[in-house]
Design a protein around this ligand. Sequence first.
Ligand SMILES: Nc1ncnc2c1ncn2[C@@H]1O[C@H](COP(=O)(O)OP(=O)(O)OP(=O)(O)O)[C@@H](O)[C@H]1O
Ligand SMILES: [Mg+2]
Length: 267
Amino acid sequence: MHRTLLWTGKGGTGKTSSVANLGPELAYRGLRVLLVGFDSQAHLEATYGIGPDALTVVDALTGEAEPHACLHEIPLPGSTHGGTLHLLPSTRRLDDLSPALAQRDYAALDELLDVFHDDFDLALIDTVGALTPISHTAARAADTVLFVMEPGAYEALSLGERLGEIAAYRDDDAWRMQPLGVIFTRTPRKSSAMQTLREHIADAENFGADIYVFEHHTRPQSSVQTHALQGRPTVLVQPDSNVGRDYRAIAGELLDRLVHLHGEQNA
Ligand SMILES: Nc1ncnc2c1ncn2[C@@H]1O[C@H](COP(=O)(O)OP(=O)(O)OP(=O)(O)O)[C@@H](O)[C@H]1O
Ligand SMILES: [Mg+2]
């Protein structure tokens, strides 16, 4: 099981939306996908209608429940070419574990996910944007990091800072994560500013490393923006909407990227 963390230097960029929508797309393409909620806001869980009484990652981490008992199967309508989707949900109680996560040198989730190694092909991990014991623990569990950002100069600065932090983590042998790329969200289809930013980020000199910038991004869509106003605690988009099509294209590109990375590692 390969583990990808969706991360950013800033909050509210669309990480949870991306995990929630890329998960089903990748499952439709035949992958056994595990979504891991690792944010006490538990928005991913709200998206999938997981209630407060469900067994969660906290029960699995504290040993109060057997890890497999904490997985929730998400039904996929239609044919999936053999793929499946499961969620290991988070909960508000994750905050209470912060001191214990730090005490265990942030290794707790990494060790827990080992239990599922043969059950899934890919884990997508959703966590908080800020650097906290929770995001450290999520990062230590990750093989790769997919940055989710909106186009903008401050966002590019935050990305640079986060890449520097990752390079520093990697000096410690315990951390594996490598940057997988950047996906832009809420980005107009054609934008010259976007093209400049794309080139800036792809230029290794700016960041000290080659950063792959995804060809595909999500467009801004008012129905996604306003879903909360309509009382729907969900960021699942309609598959036939513009953003639904965008996520389908990103899922295909992500899969190519992961296959490419595995090829490089095995070479
Ligand atoms: N393509 C889009 N068009 C319009 N709105 C969007 C789009 N993608 C996400 N949003 C909206 O942006 C808001 C933030 O998205 P989301 O919760 O996924 O971000 P996040 O990075 O997980 O935030 P946090 O840092 O709080 O965890 C949500 O209200 C979501 O509906
Ligand atoms: Mg989120």
